[in-house]
Design a binder for this molecule. Structure first.
Ligand SMILES: Cc1ncc(C[n+]2csc(CCOP(=O)(O)OP(=O)(O)O)c2C)c(N)n1
Length: 625
């Protein structure tokens, strides 16, 4: 059945029974495809019927379907002619794990950062109102993504502007973990209540009665009788904001969904159609997976849903951080930790198990998470904000103005710093050195391995004079070789690994380890290298200028963009101290990087040992008289 679907229009030829069969085939396909390549499973299993219904009720790409975050667009890809490409899902040159405009006219935006679909939809609808194109505008947003400030801003503005658009709220009650926040609390009882008053008054005439199907929901509907609050709160949230609300609809009942979408798309003004789905639907290992319904995972055994055993005996940087944080939390009762809907992926769960009351999940709300940390620090707590590098970008202003301006001792832990890999252009954390470096009062550490990460965290906790950022990659590190009390590091002091006279080689973070191998290669060619792990992006070692002056070449290596990165910081020192030694900067050029394995991307960029040695050799060669 699936093979016969080359474009969304083909779906309209199928009978009800065939559609049910198709949904089962899609689930099977998803499990098999993600098992090989890794990716987002739970969210896609949950939107199989919703995506089929959307593509039957709408006419994409004339109608514009915007997927919030975009991690749940695999089914959309399958129905828009990209089945064969799943063999290369998330590999370099292969199918992206998110909507991608270069792949298909059915993909409206490039994304992966949550909570933007409503804003895009507003813009698309306003443009349409201004005479630019036709077709309907539909956004699909998860209840988790609706916790993001930018989504709430759009919700408010759309209610005011009242353009014609349809928002499907894909409510599965979860982000990775259960969705937090007042709105989620309001939705929970509401989604269980079939006879909500405004549904009758408002949209119902247009929509007809949308049946609520499914035993679970009938059960749940009984429970809601306890909560008269459910009758009031949602009106405040949606209808008083100027929206029409429709639903709830069982997100796994194809006929009900299609009917609801078909009616809702005709209602003028903004309509929110509340669809209830189950994350991980139809694949028991995902349905039963308590932590995150197999939200996203690497290669796994499709029979069991269990991750394939990893080779080698290295551990993840994130694992080292999780344990190191717990150790610090035991020593420092004032230490608290904050995550933006990612307690599991950031390993704050390790601390949470022992100190649940000291770990905060703020939802997909990086901005308020950081400002909340500032407030906590003002009052004497020591907050650790563990947020992936790419998502902390959302809170740039808060890091700068709410924390650094006040010299508050908030610790930022930027996991997934540098090239992250398969999640692609909007997930790479290759900008943080640049945007953090300009912030006054901020200390920035970039540890090369787990031992150093532990020390950096202990140093951060001891540093009360202002904020402190620690960045580390989505990568592995040798098992810790030290235990017990952690030795703190001296701020700004680099770690000179070998001494030589030709080249001063400075590799940032884990690339300091790569530079050890590059140093060996250069030595084979008779080139003598001073290899130093800078450890710090800020402050830099005060000896830098003098040591650089004693070499023929300085080379910096980083997996941050070259613009304003670590190499730029070194260039500033050389310029300011009038050091004439030429500088070779290796890093990421001025472009968005594609998706692909971290090691492969690094090699393509010449940031592996061979590439580094080669570029250094050539630069020295050019310097020869
Ligand atoms: C700004 C931002 N912060 C964090 C994330 C990480 N993230 C990806 S998906 C997700 C949960 C999304 O939940 P929801 O919108 O309810 O979709 P579901 O996966 O439940 O279908 C999170 C937190 C992100 N993509 N963007």
């Amino acid at each position: 059945m699936l093979e016969s679907i080359k474009q969304p229009g083909d779906l309209r030829q199928l009978s009800d029974d065939q559609l049910v069969e198709l949904a089962a085939e899609i689930r099977d396909f998803l499990v098999r495809a993600v098992a090989v390549r890794g990716g987002h499973l739970g969210p896609n299993l949950g939107v199989v019927e919703l995506t089929i219904a959307l593509h039957r009720a709408l006419d994409s790409p004339v109608d514009r379907i915007v997927w919030d975050t975009g991690h749940q667009a695999y089914v959309h890809k399958l129905l828009t002619g990209r089945q064969d490409d799943f063999a290369n899902l998330r590999t370099l040159g292969g199918l992206s794990g998110y909507p991608s405009r270069s792949e298909s006219p059915h993909d409206v935006i490039e994304n992966s950062h949550a909570s933007t679909a409503l804003g895009y939809a507003l813009g698309l609808a306003e443009a349409r109102r201004a005479g630019q194109g036709d077709g309907r505008v539909v956004a699909v947003v998860g209840d988790g993504s609706l916790t993001g400030g930018v989504a709430l801003e759009a919700l408010n503005l759309i209610g005011h502007r009242k353009p014609d658009l349809l928002v499907i709220l894909n409510d599965n009650g979860r982000s990775y973990a259960p969705t937090v926040g007042g709105l989620a609390g309001h939705l929970a009882p509401f989604r269980l209540h079939p006879g909500y008053e405004t549904l009758k008054k408002g949209v119902e005439e247009t929509l007809g009665r949308v049946p609520l199907v499914g035993e679970g929901m009938v059960e749940a509907a009984k429970r809601v009788k306890e909560g008269a609050k459910a009758l009031v709160a949602p009106r405040v949230v949606f209808e008083d904001l100027g929206w029409q609300y429709a639903g709830p609809v069982d997100g796994h009942d194809l006929a009900a969904l299609e009917k609801a979408i078909d009616h809702a798309k005709r209602v003028p003004g903004p309509v929110l159609l509340h669809v209830i789905t189950q994350k991980g639907r139809g694949y028991p290992p995902a349905e039963e997976h308590e932590e995150d319904n197999l939200h996203s995972l690497g290669a796994f055994d499709p029979e069991t849903g269990r991750a394939l055993p990893k080779s080698g005996d290295e551990v993840g940087f994130t694992d080292v951080f999780g344990q190191a944080l717990l150790d610090e939390a035991r020593r420092h009762p004032e230490l608290v930790a904050i995550s933006a809907a990612m307690l599991g992926p950031t390993k704050l769960t390790v601390m949470q198990r022992e100190f649940p009351e000291r770990v905060y999940d703020v939802g997909i709300a990086e901005q308020v998470g950081v400002t909340m940390a500032a407030g906590m620090a003002l009052q004497g707590l020591r907050p650790v904000c563990a947020i992936y590098s790419t998502f902390l970008q959302r809170a740039f202003d808060q890091v700068m103005m709410d924390v650094a301006l006040h010299r508050l001792p908030v610790i930022f832990v930027l996991d997934r710093s540098g090239i992250t890999g398969e999640d692609g252009s909007s997930h790479h954390g290759v900008y943080d050195v640049t945007w953090l470096r300009e912030i006054p009062n901020l200390v920035i550490a970039s540890p090369r391995d787990g031992n150093e990460l532990r020390r950096a965290l202990a140093t951060a906790v001891a540093h009360t004079a202002g904020p402190f950022a620690i960045r580390f990659p989505r990568s592995t590190t040798p098992k810790l070789t030290v235990s017990g009390p952690v030795r703190k590091m001296k701020l700004g002091a680099w770690d000179v690994r070998t001494r030589g006279k030709d080249v001063l080689l400075l590799g940032l973070g884990k690339l300091a380890v790569t530079c050890e191998e590059a140093t060996r290669l250069l030595k084979q060619d008779g080139i003598s290298v001073t290899l130093a792990d800078p450890r710090w992006v800020k402050p830099l070692d005060p000896r830098l200028g003098a040591v650089a002056g004693a070499h023929r070449l300085v080379a910096t290596v980083e997996d941050n963009v070259l613009a304003g990165g670590f190499g730029s910081a070194v260039a500033e020192v050389l310029a300011d101290e009038e050091v004439a030694t030429p500088l070779l900067r290796l890093g990421i050029p001025d472009q968005f990087l594609p998706h692909g394995k971290r090691e492969i991307l690094l090699a393509e960029l010449g940031l592996d040992a061979v590439g580094i040695a080669e570029r250094v050799r050539k630069a020295l060669h050019r310097l020869e008289p």
